[in-house]
Design a protein around this ligand. Structure first.
Ligand code: HEC
Length: 142
């Protein structure tokens, strides 16, 4: 093989290697970017195997329990009484229920009142779920 041919081949080889290296790197970057920008949550629709028993009750159409919703959605303010929120397990709840009536409490929870945000920030809570949450909190005081 002539010296020039050998040089040409090794140059081509180097170029090919370079391509390979950059395209491999590009792939890795894309995967890394996709991983970084993927949505925080994914939607689990009925019939899907959504990995885990926790998704099963929702997929089966069952309502979420008031106790669970309270812990995740309302406890932040209603456990310690933030901004004057009636405290869980205290007569503040029975007093309000007696004074205003349960329906008013439910309506105010749905629409918000003073520092109480509409639906207590639980945007995906149904009216029925809000009602059972209010009953749950009023019952906590009995
Ligand atoms: C950001 C804090 C915060 C969160 C979260 C929150 N609340 Fe409240 N809530 C309040 C405050 C403050 C009040 C007192 C409002 C007032 O009477 O001035 C209140 C009052 C209420 C009342 C009484 C309304 C009335 O008419 O007396 C109900 C019922 C209620 N909240 C339900 C809920 C439910 C159900 C959730 C969860 C889905 C929730 N809250 C989450 C702050 C919060």
């Amino acid at each position: 093989m002539s010296n020039i041919a050998a040089k040409a081949i090794s140059t081509l080889f180097a170029i090919a290697l370079g391509f390979l290296a950059t395209s491999t790197m590009a792939n890795t970057d894309n995967a890394a970017i996709a991983e970084r920008i993927k949505p925080v949550g994914s939607v689990c629709v009925e019939g899907d195997d959504c990995g885990g028993a926790s998704a099963a009750p929702a997929a089966a159409g069952g309502a979420r329990s008031a106790a669970d919703l309270y812990t995740t959605k309302c406890a932040a303010c209603h456990t310690s009484g933030v901004l004057g929120a009636p405290k869980f397990g205290t007569s503040e709840w029975t007093d309000r229920a007696a004074g205003k009536g349960l329906d008013t409490l439910v309506n105010n929870a749905i629409n918000g009142i003073n520092a109480m945000p509409p639906r207590g920030t639980c945007a995906d809570c149904s009216d029925d779920e809000i009602k059972s949450l209010v009953e749950y909190m009023v019952d906590s005081a009995k």
